[in-house]
Design a protein around this ligand. Structure first.
Ligand code: COA
Length: 161
């Protein structure tokens, strides 16, 4: 079976991520969205279960996509999933250096798994999860960039403060 993993922290998912997931779901028989549980480099707004739930609700129109939480090396997660392809999105030139290093390190760790890159629609190339959180925390609108469930969940966090 033709299967791909699309990994990330998804804190939270945006239309840019969904654009990539939709493109993958047209090409692969099965797509696994891999949600990294915790990262040393990032403080998360949402826990992994919430991030997974927001993704599931946002991609419920796609039959061949599953969402799974992982807490290991990405290549080990891919191996456990019996998956040989990792998909990464490339938005702007500045993504390239980071992606290049990560793809080569992953290849070094497990040469049987290949990283492939896709470009999201250009209307999403300037966004990131952090940028959207910053805008909404300062009362800006992000309706063009994130699903309603994400906007509602961020607003809930703001109201809890
Ligand atoms: N549309 C909108 N935003 C996008 C996007 C898209 N198509 N693609 C990426 N982004 C944003 C993300 O929202 C994220 O924003 P943030 O930094 O504000 O949160 C940013 O771009 C970076 O995203 P990404 O490159 O996917 O990084 P990540 O931190 O979400 O995920 C992992 C990185 C999980 C893939 C990586 O850390 C990993 O594999 N970890 C597992 C441990 C491991 O194997 N480490 C060794 C790797 S060599």
């Amino acid at each position: 079976m033709n299967k791909a993993i699309y990994p990330g922290t998804f804190d939270p998912i945006t239309f840019g991520h969904i654009d990539i997931i939709e493109r993958c779901s047209k090409i692969y028989d099965e797509v696994v969205v891999g949600v990294l549980n915790s990262s040393n480099n990032k403080k998360m707004l949402f826990d992994a279960v919430d991030r997974k739930e927001m993704i599931e609700k946002s991609i419920s129109h796609l039959d061949n996509v599953n969402v799974k939480i992982f807490n290991s090396l990405l290549v080990d997660f891919a191996n456990n999933e019996k998956c040989k392809v990792i998909i990464r999105g490339l938005r702007v030139l500045s993504d390239f250096e980071y992606e290049f290093k990560m793809a080569l390190m992953n290849r070094n760790l497990n040469d049987s798994i290949t990283t492939l890159f896709m470009m999201p629609h250009e209307k999403y190339t300037h966004i990131s999860s952090s940028l959207l959180k910053e805008v909404i925390f300062l009362n800006g609108k992000i309706d063009d960039y994130a699903p309603t469930i994400v906007i509602d969940r961020i607003n809930k966090k703001i109201n809890e403060k």
